[in-house]
Design a protein around this ligand. Structure first.
Ligand SMILES: C[S@@+](CC[C@H](N)C(=O)[O-])C[C@H]1O[C@@H](n2cnc3c(N)ncnc32)[C@H](O)[C@@H]1O
Length: 238
């Protein structure tokens, strides 16, 4: 079952700032936005579009067409309600079931989705095939130091965060973790798999960034929360 269709999980997800306020409330947006190519006139595919914030951003900035796919009916319904646009087509479809039409897109996006997939290379090859020559894959994935330990939490000493464990790093694969109070299945991928995998699949890496809190969040963010939770990657089809 798609966890994003679970009522309890979805209720908690909808209370997150990024769900309520969109891109400006997403901690990585100040970095991710700078990695976008000029989307004017581009054909865009948004993999795991969720509420459709990134699809809408592309449409608003002149993309010729945007396809937003997501495996969750609830998320697609929310995208259609919150971020409709005549240039966007939202579709309930798992990444695994999409047909990836050959050489059809200039830009393929995926924000915080690929850690739900076991086989990154399979995705890279599919994306590579559906990009036009010179097209861009831009994604944000949970950082391997975040996904390595299934707990995805600090080790506490006297009730305070003491250190962040990075156990089982070299054992990629399934992690049964907890997110928003619910058991959620994610997949840990090593840096070699994430970055080397792109090179192996015919991409040139153009940018790699670890998401940092925005300047304005730093004064209110305790030191121990400044750790990389996300990895932003931009590659171009050779
Ligand atoms: C954290 S949300 C991110 C949503 C959106 N990209 C954003 O940044 O606002 C993860 C999304 O990935 C979708 N998802 C997870 N696994 C998927 C899969 N295998 N196929 C399609 N969508 C998937 C979920 O339904 C959910 O909407």
């Amino acid at each position: 079952m798609q966890i994003y269709d679970d009522l309890v999980f979805f209720a908690a997800y909808s209370k997150m700032d990024r769900s309520k306020y969109g891109l400006s409330a997403a901690g990585e947006w100040h970095q991710l936005e700078k990695l976008f190519p000029n989307v004017n006139g581009l054909a865009v595919l948004d993999l795991g579009c969720g509420y459709g914030w990134h699809s809408k951003y592309c449409a608003k900035n002149g993309a010729a067409s945007v396809i937003g796919i997501d495996g969750s009916r609830t998320m697609i319904a929310e995208a259609e309600r919150r971020n409709p646009d005549p240039r966007i087509t939202y579709k309930v479809c798992a990444l695994e079931d999409y047909d990836y039409p050959a050489e059809s897109y200039d830009l393929v996006l995926s924000n915080l989705v690929l850690h739900y997939l076991d086989d990154l290379k399979w995705v890279y090859l599919k994306v590579h095939s559906c990009l036009k020559p010179g097209g861009v894959l831009l994604f944000n994935i949970e950082h391997p130091t975040f996904t390595a330990s299934p707990e995805q939490d600090w080790v506490y000493q006297d009730g305070k965060p003491d250190h962040w464990p990075v156990d089982r790093y070299f054992y990629p694969g399934e992690r049964e973790t907890h997110f928003l109070g619910c058991p959620v299945k994610k997949y840990h991928h090593t840096l070699t798999q994430i970055l080397g995998g792109m090179l192996d699949c015919g991409f040139v890496l153009e940018a790699v960034e670890e998401a940092m809190p925005a300047e304005e969040m730093i004064p209110v963010m305790p030191d121990e929360m400044r750790r990389p939770m996300m990895l932003l990657v931009k590659g171009r089809k050779k």
